[in-house]
Design a protein around this ligand. Structure first.
Ligand SMILES: *[C@@H]1O[C@H](CO)[C@@H](O)[C@H](O)[C@H]1NC(C)=O
Ligand SMILES: *[C@@H]1O[C@H](CO)[C@@H](O)[C@H](O)[C@H]1NC(C)=O
Ligand SMILES: *[C@@H]1O[C@H](CO)[C@@H](O)[C@H](O)[C@H]1NC(C)=O
Length: 273
């Protein structure tokens, strides 16, 4: 089977972890030198305008590439939803920034003009959500974040956009019991609007990753090296270091064309027909 994945994750989230969490000196100084004092991560949202976002053109390019499915980032680890979620007040692409339903517009273009299966990436956890941090401080014995934010949002996403692939992520600090993943998966495969066609990956809790799921993604850049009994995917990046767009990336920090083709062939060779 011929597989290609376009994982379009939120650009800013990467910068945020380097700045706020790792306190990477280069990023901290850049912020100090270029932004007013007390500039916060959410202050970036209005600068995310997506003015060149052209879903119809993307759909044409994806189709021409031969891709059979795509996976679009609906929400990365900073919690900003690329659709007007009722669970992400003022922190979504309709309320601030693009003022647009980025997920819905792409879903329409893909369905109207291609034969590609439409999939969505979704991060279960959110780095700075106070409810998540509270649950974590409680050793995940409470589920304020799961009940009030991330799960209602995931049901909303499936009911509204009917993705045929759910590429779950951000699971690794907690168990599938904390995330209520089993209940969600049972609903997804038995009762949801996509129950007959949907496929999921394996990142549903630290006990689930690389064990359960429709197909395995295991760790990032997974390349098992030998033929596998189960369907799997190599989630990799063309930038050697980063999962986001880096304005300052040098050309030699990207994989070369040869390296990309090697990786592609190596991956396809180990996926059962
Ligand atoms: C949010 O709630 C409103 C009012 O109930 C509803 O019309 C809308 O479809 C909801 N949005 C989403 C993304 O589900
Ligand atoms: C489908 O393609 C046509 C022709 O290129 C274009 O006019 C239309 O906007 C596309 N539909 C969507 C939903 O993007
Ligand atoms: C969480 O677990 C740690 C380590 O076992 C313990 O020190 C801490 O008191 C626990 N916190 C709560 C709120 O139960």
């Amino acid at each position: 089977m011929y597989m290609l994945k376009y994982s379009l994750r939120s650009i800013g989230a990467i910068c945020s972890i380097l700045w706020k969490h790792d306190k990477n000196p280069e990023i901290v100084n850049f912020m100090k030198n270029n932004y007013r004092p007390d500039f916060t991560y959410p202050d970036f949202a209005s600068q995310f305008t997506a003015e060149f976002y052209n879903p119809a053109q993307w759909a044409d390019i994806f189709q021409a590439s031969g891709a059979e499915y795509i996976v679009f980032g609906s929400k990365h680890h900073e919690g900003f939803t690329n659709w007007p979620s009722n669970y992400s007040f003022n922190w979504n692409s309709m309320a601030v920034g693009p003022k647009r339903d980025l997920v819905g517009d792409l879903a329409k273009a893909i369905r109207q003009n291609t034969s590609i299966h439409f999939g969505l990436y979704h991060s279960l956890f959110e780095w700075y959500n106070p409810y998540y941090l509270q649950d974590k401080a409680n050793n995940f014995s409470t589920q304020y974040f799961v009940n009030g934010k991330t799960m209602p949002e995931l049901y909303e996403l499936v009911n509204n956009y009917k993705p045929e692939i759910i590429w779950s992520d951000g699971e690794w600090e907690a168990s599938s019991d904390y995330w209520d993943s089993k209940q969600f998966i049972a609903w997804l495969y038995n009762d949801s609007p996509v129950k007959d066609t949907v496929v999921t990956n394996d990142r549903w809790g630290k006990d689930s990753t690389c064990h359960h799921g429709g197909y395995l993604t295991c760790q990032d850049r997974y390349q098992p090296g030998v033929l596998q009994k189960r369907k799997w995917e190599n989630a990799m990046t063309i930038d050697r270091q980063s999962w986001g767009f880096r304005r300052n990336a040098a050309l030699d920090e990207y994989l070369t064309t040869d390296e990309l083709i090697d990786t592609f062939v190596e991956t396809v060779r180990l996926i059962l027909p």
